[in-house]
Design a protein around this ligand. Structure first.
Ligand SMILES: [Zn+2]
Length: 214
């Protein structure tokens, strides 16, 4: 009887250890790294209308997105964490050096999302997602676009974009143009923290859908 008890205990300990190792392995596989790139910053304010600057709005949406993704156990890397650009002050092509540095950071993740605001000569409004030519980027852009459409009824569809960040990065990723600063109503919306939070939530949901988590 005594020996049987000892054997049962040993077996339980072994099963427990195996289970622990297994769940640890699963966690490692679940670790997903998303690079969030709040577009522009520093000397580069991006698009602007009526003293409203794209760099600031991009950053605010990016911070909400960071919170949402981290709450889902996704690791987030930000290309900038304050109002700066990524080039050295002595660079003779600051914009290019800034973008180059962003791509280097993007390539350290599993996926990237670059946050931007758009402008147009017309009164057009709504979010639009641009992807690189990679099939997985196109899929990611589609799921994010679908969620943004639910939020602001955007007439746009996701599209392959000819942008440096998309062309030069080796990882999958998208540029999200959240809305148009040139549209008076949308400009007001884009400044509201509640709306910025909703944009971030839609982007996060799109990423989770792409990952098959939702
Ligand atoms: Zn921009």
């Amino acid at each position: 009887m005594k020996y049987k008890k000892v054997i049962v205990i040993i077996l339980l300990v072994c099963i427990g250890t195996i289970y622990e190792i297994h769940s640890k392995e699963q966690k490692v596989y679940e670790k997903y790294v998303v690079v969030i790139d709040p577009g522009h910053g520093g000397w580069d304010q991006g698009a602007s209308r009526e003293q409203i600057y794209e760099e600031d709005l991009n950053f605010q949406v990016a911070l909400y997105l960071k919170q949402f993704l981290e709450s889902q156990d996704i690791t987030v890397i930000m290309t900038r964490t304050s109002d700066v650009d990524l080039a050295s002050t002595t660079s003779d092509n600051r914009k290019r050096e800034d973008l180059k540095r962003r791509v280097e950071i993007m390539n350290t993740g599993d996926a990237f999302v670059s946050i931007h605001m758009n402008i147009s000569e017309s009164s057009v409004k709504g979010s639009q997602v641009f992807s690189s030519k990679k099939e997985e980027s196109i899929k990611l852009a589609d799921t994010i676009q679908k969620e943004l459409k639910k939020l602001n009824n955007s007439k746009f569809i996701s599209k392959i974009g000819d942008y440096y960040l998309l062309n030069e990065s080796s990882t999958i990723g998208v540029i999200v143009e959240c809305g148009f600063l040139s549209n008076v109503d949308e400009r007001k919306q884009l400044q509201q923290p509640q709306y910025q939070e909703k944009l971030a939530y839609a982007i996060c949901t799109g990423i989770l859908e792409y990952k098959g988590k939702k």
